[in-house]
Design a protein around this ligand. Structure first.
Ligand code: ZN
Length: 741
């Protein structure tokens, strides 16, 4: 099942419709806000212990469950015949406290209007009251619990992080026992002295002497009492004995000459005291060590970490969008013609609110339109056509056959902003049947042995192996393999490199990163809570997203075009970065590129029944020849330099000469003369590994390669020497054929 969101813009909005849209959103957001607060009150125990317990249960279960409980709690008589722990609780709450509030009396008040559910059928509009249908009420309850649950999750993450942090702190404290002795001993004395000094000066000024209520959390974060600290240090030289590396007698106070000099230069106390301290630190290494330890401790372990705050939903600042449910809040939608009916809150001339059906015009994404969907499905199989009615669980399972796929649409989220009013339709599409299944087999030699067709037979397996690259999206190879007497026969059907001009390269993204870093460093110290270079940052983020999506799309399209069963990726491992990408490619960016593309491909391929494997070992894939499975070489072509080579420009136009480069983009096998792009070779090897063709190579070490140039090894074929001679020949124009290779 693939869930997608397509948008449709509401157009030709009359003032009345516009006002009704705004009003509906406002009403929902306000009601939600009040309901969230009610849930919080319940959890805090405002309505009694049982209610608190109930709220805790509600927030651990599904949203539908939560609104079911809320529904029970707010009726006149509890009606449920179910037997469950929560039902007893709800009944107990109902018995002891009566209903929490009566939903048909009012569950929220917005601008003096009471929102309530309808008890008996139709209600005519009344000033000060707005009857809503059950779905609206349910949605308010649902969304409130969803809102709180997501916040709880955030808080849980924070708690987890804090737990680790506390553990780290305890570890550090036990590892630095000598420092902690100082911190809890002498440093406490200093704190007390400060406290006495403070009280003395308060008394001296004739102020009321106040006790400090508690320690400041950031105690010692900034030494705002430098002069006290300085005085204390020079009267307590024994603190440099903190780890028994120096004697108190070795303490060097600021000599009078320096003292005078600094004081003349900086007459203000807040300036010269810090200079004295600097001097002390320079000349007393133990004091310096102590101070750096103190700074580290304060910075890393005393700073208070704030939990995430709960921001209540509101109509304007933190909107939570209302979802129109099919047949409840919207109906008769025609995506081809662009018409829809919406149930919105209207206002009578007297100013009382009521729900009414509005006709609206929409301009929708072509992918929503049945004619486009059916057309594309017939030719490309991309968007399955709709079935009528409610979707339910009908589309959860894959279709029987690809041509039977169906789709359905469900809720539409109303999103308003200054410029446009839009509906975001949720479209649910059925998956294609899965192409292969995995089964255990005896005498397994490789992972390919575990793949079977749906009926259990071994099929000629078609795979696409990809080696993701930097300059382009990646090199791919389509391989078809048949199993003959326990060995897979591979035939390479297609090899190539994918990449479109429309896909932004990693290089461009990297460039923006560099720009950002440079600009930020020029701007100076960052201000906390303030963003800088928002536009460039956004541009960079969008560009990266664009790349990942387009790349994943291209790969999936390719897989569908060749009708493959499996897509193979290399595992993201500790690939040693080559000199080439180490130089100008941020490793982190490359890893992110890979992770994002693989995740997106996985998600998209499932829809077409294509399986995705991402854990093929990348070991040596780019160094072994994919034809004869012997070690080969990577190199690149250096462009000829007409000046350096004393050739005419015309003679230098055609070729360069090869240069050894472990990250070179070309590959040559000295054993079978196979030449190709290094990335394509790597992709071939990924497929070969999957089919177990590498079994003879296990445990191969670099220094056991046949063509090693170590003296004590028997030389069968010295590839490096051969190649260098060959390269030299090319360079000396002795062997200039049609092509250098
Ligand atoms: Zn070879």
């Amino acid at each position: 099942m693939a869930t997608k969101t397509y948008r449709a813009r509401i157009v030709q909005i009359s003032p009345r419709l516009g006002a009704a849209l705004e009003r509906t959103h406002y009403l929902f957001a306000e009601a939600l806000n009040q309901m969230v607060r009610r849930y919080i009150d319940m959890r805090k125990g405002k309505y009694g212990q049982e209610c608190k317990k109930l709220a805790d249960i509600m927030l651990t279960r599904s949203n539908t469950f939560a609104h079911g409980v809320m529904d029970q709690l707010t009726r006149e008589i509890s009606t449920s015949g179910l037997t469950d722990e929560w039902v007893d609780l709800a009944r107990a709450v109902h018995k002891s406290h009566g209903p929490l509030f009566l939903q048909h009396d009012g569950f929220a008040e917005v601008d003096g209007v009471m929102l309530h559910t309808k008890r008996h059928g139709k209600v005519s509009p009344m000033p000060g009251r707005l009857p809503v249908n059950a779905k609206f009420w349910h949605q308010v309850c649902d969304s409130a619990s969803a809102f709180l649950k997501s916040n709880n999750e955030l808080l849980e993450n924070w708690r987890q992080g804090r737990k680790e942090w506390l553990q780290e702190k305890a570890d550090w404290e036990s590892a630095n026992a000598d420092f902690m002795r100082f911190w809890n001993g002498s440093y406490q004395e200093f704190e007390e002295t400060c406290e006495i000094k403070r009280k003395e000066s308060q008394a001296l000024e004739g102020q009321k002497v106040v006790e400090k209520k508690r320690h400041r959390r950031d105690r010692g974060k900034r030494m705002s009492r430098w002069h006290l600290w300085y005085n204390w240090v020079i009267t307590h030289p024994e603190i440099i004995e903190w780890r028994n590396r120096a004697k108190a007698a070795e303490f060097r106070p600021v000599p009078p000459t320096v003292h005078k000099k600094i004081k003349n230069k900086y007459p203000r106390q807040d300036k010269h005291i810090t200079k004295f301290l600097d001097w002390l630190k320079e000349n007393n290494p133990e004091l310096k060590a102590l101070d750096s330890r103190r700074r580290f401790y304060v910075r890393n372990y005393l700073r208070f970490r704030r939990p995430p705050t709960l921001t209540l939903p509101s109509a304007n600042k933190h909107p939570y969008w209302f979802t129109f449910e099919l047949n409840q809040f919207y109906k008769n939608v025609d995506f081809d013609k662009g018409s829809i009916q919406l149930l919105l809150v209207d206002e009578t001339e007297e100013g009382s609110w009521f729900f009414r059906w509005f006709d609206a015009k929409i301009q929708c994404d072509p992918r929503l339109r049945p004619c486009v969907r059916a057309g594309v499905f017939a030719t490309k199989g991309r968007y399955p056509p709709y079935i009528g009615g409610k979707v339910g669980n009908k589309l959860n399972r894959p279709a029987e056959r690809p041509e039977n796929r169906k789709a359905g649409y469900a809720g539409a989220k109303l999103v308003l902003n200054k410029r446009r009013k839009e509906l975001f339709f949720t479209v649910i599409e059925q998956d294609c049947p899965r192409k292969v299944s995995w089964k255990k087999t005896k005498q397994r030699t490789c992972r390919g042995d575990n793949v079977f067709a749906k009926d259990g037979s071994q099929i000629p397996l078609k795979v696409m192996a990809i080696d993701l690259g930097i300059r382009h999206i990646g090199a791919y190879v389509i391989a078809e393999a048949c199993r003959n007497r326990g060995v897979w026969d591979i035939s390479w059907q297609h090899k190539g490199i994918t990449g479109r001009h429309a896909v932004p390269g990693l290089k461009e993204i990297r460039q923006h990163d560099r720009q950002l870093r440079k600009a930020r460093s020029q701007r100076g110290k960052p201000v906390q809570g303030e963003e800088s270079f928002i536009e460039l940052q956004d541009h960079r983020t969008n560009m990266a997203d664009d790349r990942f999506k387009k790349a994943a799309n291209t790969i999936v399209e390719l897989a569908r075009q060749y009708d493959v069963h499996l897509i193979l990726f290399e595992r993201l491992g500790n690939l040693s970065p080559t000199a080439f990408d180490e130089r100008w490619m941020n490793r982190q960016l490359r890893d992110m590129n890979r992770r994002q593309i693989v995740d997106t491909v996985k998600l998209q391929a499932r829809e077409f029944g294509i399986e995705c494997l991402e854990d093929i070992s990348p070991w040596m894939t780019s160094h072994i020849c994919s034809r004869c499975f012997k070690p080969g070489w990577r190199f690149s072509i250096k462009r000829k330099n007409p000046y350096g080579e004393r050739f005419t420009r015309k003679n230098c136009r055609d070729y360069g000469y090869p240069v050894w480069d472990t990250g070179g983009h070309l590959f040559r096998c000295p054993h079978c003369e196979y030449k190709c792009n290094a990335d394509i070779n790597a992709a071939c090897n990924v497929a070969a590994k999957f089919f177990g063709l590498w079994s003879g190579l296990d445990g191969l070490k670099r220094d056991q390669w046949v063509y090693t140039w170590q003296e004590n090894q028997p030389k069968t074929f010295d590839a490096k020497k051969t190649f260098l001679e060959w390269a030299l020949d090319v360079r000396n124009r002795k062997l200039m054929g049609d092509s250098p290779f």
